[in-house]
Design a protein around this ligand. Structure first.
Ligand code: NAP
Length: 265
């Protein structure tokens, strides 16, 4: 018996086999969910369709979250196919390369708006569009990063967007609580994905993380997938408005020292 048997789960933000959304999709499949997958643009179709086939997913739809009409149409199509939805995963973010390499104060107005629109507003927009089709105790979740609460060099406007995303998680959880709908965020440690490749200095940050996180290990998309199963399942039935860290304990450490430096003491 799977933890998600009989649940209809939609996953937004699958780009390729390195995507966090792919780790979540595979874990949901293992636990018995009926899957639906959404991707951003035509260019991704070639990559996403074969992945969807691997997990026997019949519902694969394009949805650019900057377009209200596409969001509305996607919700209608999902309702037609699944009836009601139990799980909605938002694994979407975007900021321009300039915004992720220059100093934060050089962020352009357009760059700021785009990052907030795609990475934050889209969670509200998807929630709003899918609300009529959500079952009681449905679980909505999004993906965030520690750069929301502390400075992660070069993360810049994306850190500000993640702060807004985490705050949105709490406001949505408050709004939807009476309808028994839960909203949570997973804060994942750095993982080598397409989106991460756009962040200046990511490689060094990734290596540094394995050196100083309490567990001395990087996080995988499988780790995030397993935690997403918990948040999607009835095991987390009274958990809402939370940020769940899946980061080998990194966020709990105030003074960071590498294993090498500690030994030198
Ligand atoms: P990813 O594979 O590149 O996924 C990001 C997804 O967002 C892509 O599928 C991307 O599609 C999609 N997206 C961008 N603009 C969109 C739009 N207008 N409409 C719909 N979808 C759009 O990278 P990822 O690392 O798995 O990112 C997934 C989530 O995890 C993001 O929220 C990210 O911030 C978060 N996260 C990542 C890390 C990390 O270290 N990788 C850590 C913590 C949190 P396109 O490729 O077509 O743009």
């Amino acid at each position: 018996m799977g933890l998600l048997d009989g649940k209809n789960a939609l996953i937004f933000g699958l780009a390729n086999e390195r995507s966090i959304a792919w780790g979540i999709t595979q874990a949901f499949k293992r636990e018995g969910a009926n899957l639906g997958i959404s991707y951003a643009g035509e260019m991704l179709e070639r990559r996403v369709k074969p992945l969807a086939e691997q997990v026997d997913c019949k519902w694969v739809e394009e949805c650019d979250v900057t377009k209200d009409d596409q969001i509305a149409l996607t919700a209608e199509k999902a309702a037609k196919h699944f009836g009601k939805i139990d799980v909605l995963v938002h694994s979407i973010a975007f900021a321009g390369r300039d915004e992720l390499s220059k100093p934060y104060y050089e962020t352009s107005r357009e760059g700021f708006k785009t990052a907030m629109d795609i990475s934050v507003f889209s969670l509200l927009a998807l929630t709003n569009a899918f609300l009529p089709y959500l079952n009681p105790y449905a679980s909505i979740m999004c993906l965030t990063y520690y750069g929301s609460v502390k400075v992660a060099p070069h993360y810049n406007v994306m850190g500000v967007a993640k702060a807004a995303l985490e705050s949105s998680t709490r406001y949505l959880a408050y709004d939807l609580g009476p309808q028994k709908i839960r909203v949570n965020a997973i804060s994942a440690g750095p993982i080598r994905t397409l989106a991460a490749a756009g962040v200046g200095g990511f490689r060094d940050m990734y290596k540094h993380f394995a050196d100083i996180s309490p567990m001395r290990e990087n996080v995988t998309i499988e780790d995030v997938g397993n935690s997403a199963v918990f948040l999607a399942s009835d095991l987390s039935r009274r958990i809402t408005g939370e940020v769940l860290y899946v980061d080998s304990g990194f966020n709990s450490v105030g003074v960071q020292m590498s294993a090498k430096d500690e030994k030198a003491e």
